[in-house]
Design a protein around this ligand. Sequence first.
Ligand code: ADP
Ligand code: MG
Length: 295
Amino acid sequence: ATPTALLVGTGRGAQLGVVIKGPEVLESTRRVDTIVLDKTGTVTAGRMTLVDAVPAGAGATDRAELLRLAGALEHASEHPLAQAIAVAAEAEIGALPGVESFRSTAGIGVSGVVDGHAVVVGREAVLDDWALTLPADLADAKAAAERAGRTAVVVAWDGAVRGILVIADEIKPTSPQAIAQLRELGLDPVLLTGDNAAVAHSVAAEVGIERVTAEVLPHEKVAVVKALQSEGRVVAMVGDGVNDAAALAQADLGIAMGTGTDAAIEASDITLVRGDLRGAADAIRLSRATLGTIR
Ligand code: ADP
Ligand code: MG
């Protein structure tokens, strides 16, 4: 392969909103057979909105108090879910109280003290610390939300479950077409997420992906890529988050959403400037064509 021909390939990539770090990247791009896709912010828009707040015990918890304490806690978190909760709480309640002893556990949730109450918000697993379980009515509401592809987080304070909050994200309109294009190129798509399995399967079905790995902790994403590689697969990974960076670096080809975090972009070989997943198919098609002409 002559360097000049490869550079032409990368130049054409730039026209498509695909920035390739160096000509050597095209070689690994050509051999990729499996593409792992992060869900939130990659397949979905990552623009989350709070769509429901369900207080525990049919009114035993006040809805405004649920939003106030959860919103105050999430105000201190940068997670897209957290921002959706904080924004909605502020809109409904006004100024939110401050948080003391704030703690964030990546891929799990947050905890802290708000107005003298010890509050936790996150995955259902956050209840384990207090040996709590989700009451049946909230478990039903959570399951229904997840079947609809929405994320539900649980809220507890002072040793009792107080409610669930339901957050909706939209699938990017271009995602189904992008998945179809990747398949046409012979790639096997895999959806990877820290979110609940029911949510992940709902999103996967909507965009045409069959293989799903859900409820993965941030540090486990890299292990999923390694496991696929040890099956002999050549793996591309597409992601946008800080928690995707290690997996993007481990993949044979790392592809970052230009709309995502700097950590993801730095760990990747290719950046899709507009955050359009179809750019991944463009990059692979382009590298095959470029290397085809110089062979
Ligand atoms: P993804 O892989 O989809 O980007 P994450 O790994 O960031 O998801 O988070 C996985 C799950 O952990 C979320 O679906 C949510 O249940 C929980 N979680 C993480 N951070 C928070 C937070 N700040 N507030 C509430 N829940 C959270
Ligand atoms: Mg993401």
